[in-house]
Design a protein around this ligand. Structure first.
Ligand SMILES: [Zn+2]
Length: 251
């Protein structure tokens, strides 16, 4: 069974906000992580490549990795995109179609935060740089708790809006908050998506449901060793060791 890490980033900025530090990687840490991918011979691939390889039962390139960014924070374009381009890496940006050029207002109630989101010009520059844009709903609700009609609209309209404005097919989705049920998954299929990422934390395999792909989170404040270990196990070394010990019955 082949396994592939689908890295999940959110914010990349030099000044992590207190309420969102866990999901914020500094540009320095991000540069070190991308350098690690380069020197360890990793090949970043898009969702298109991942899906096509799966559907055609072809092999992935050797040592593949998928780099994804949820939410479309403007700082990611300023601080992560140049690093990706320097390495000629490709990544997938999941955009909130109804809030382009505005702020992450879905974070306001819980964390009291609002970050600027990319506008259409920035989204096109991401695309022109060879990156892939996917959908992350229209307004970023947890789809598992939405009515069927609202959930369907979030899936269908975000795809339509992004395709209209970017002039390209949008076939990849990331569930906001990783919130998904069997019903939501079915609606994603009906909306025409070929892949969808969850927040389930493990490496993806070539047997996974393409509409329920797990990911490897990259959190702020973690070391390069944590990152290297996550690439292989989705966990930090300590977590991985504790789990192995539990499974071995020694803990
Ligand atoms: Zn999100």
């Amino acid at each position: 069974m082949r396994r592939i890490p689908i890295l999940m980033y959110h914010q990349v900025t030099p000044t992590p906000a207190a309420g969102f530090a866990k999901y914020t990687v500094t540009p320095k840490a991000f540069a070190a992580q991308m350098r690690w991918l380069a020197i360890t011979g990793r090949t970043p691939i898009t969702m298109t490549t991942l899906v096509q390889a799966r559907l055609a039962s072809q092999g992935w390139p050797s040592r593949p990795v998928v780099i994804t960014f949820d939410d479309g924070f403007r700082d990611c374009v300023e601080f992560a995109l140049p690093v990706l381009q320097r390495h000629r890496f490709i990544a997938v940006f999941y955009l909130v179609a109804g809030l382009m050029g505005r702020t992450s207002r879905w974070m306001a109630s819980a964390a009291g935060l609002r970050f600027p989101l990319v506008d259409w010009t920035a989204a096109r520059s991401i695309q022109d740089a060879g990156m892939e844009c996917g959908a992350h709903s229209v307004t970023h609700p947890p789809l598992a708790t939405c009515s069927a009609a609202r959930g369907r609209e979030e899936l269908v309209a975000s795809r339509r809006i992004l395709e209209d404005r970017l002039g390209r097919e949008v076939l990849d989705f990331a569930y906001p908050y990783g919130s998904v049920t069997p019903g939501v998954r079915t609606m994603a299929a009906e909306a025409g998506y070929r892949s969808a990422c969850t927040g389930e934390k493990r490496l993806a395999t070539d047997e996974d449901d393409l509409l329920l792909l797990p990911r490897v989170p990259v959190y702020g404040g973690e070391s390069l060793l944590d990152f290297a270990w996550r690439l292989r196990t989705a966990e930090r070394p300590g977590q991985w060791v504790r789990r192995k010990l539990r499974r071995g019955g020694h803990a």
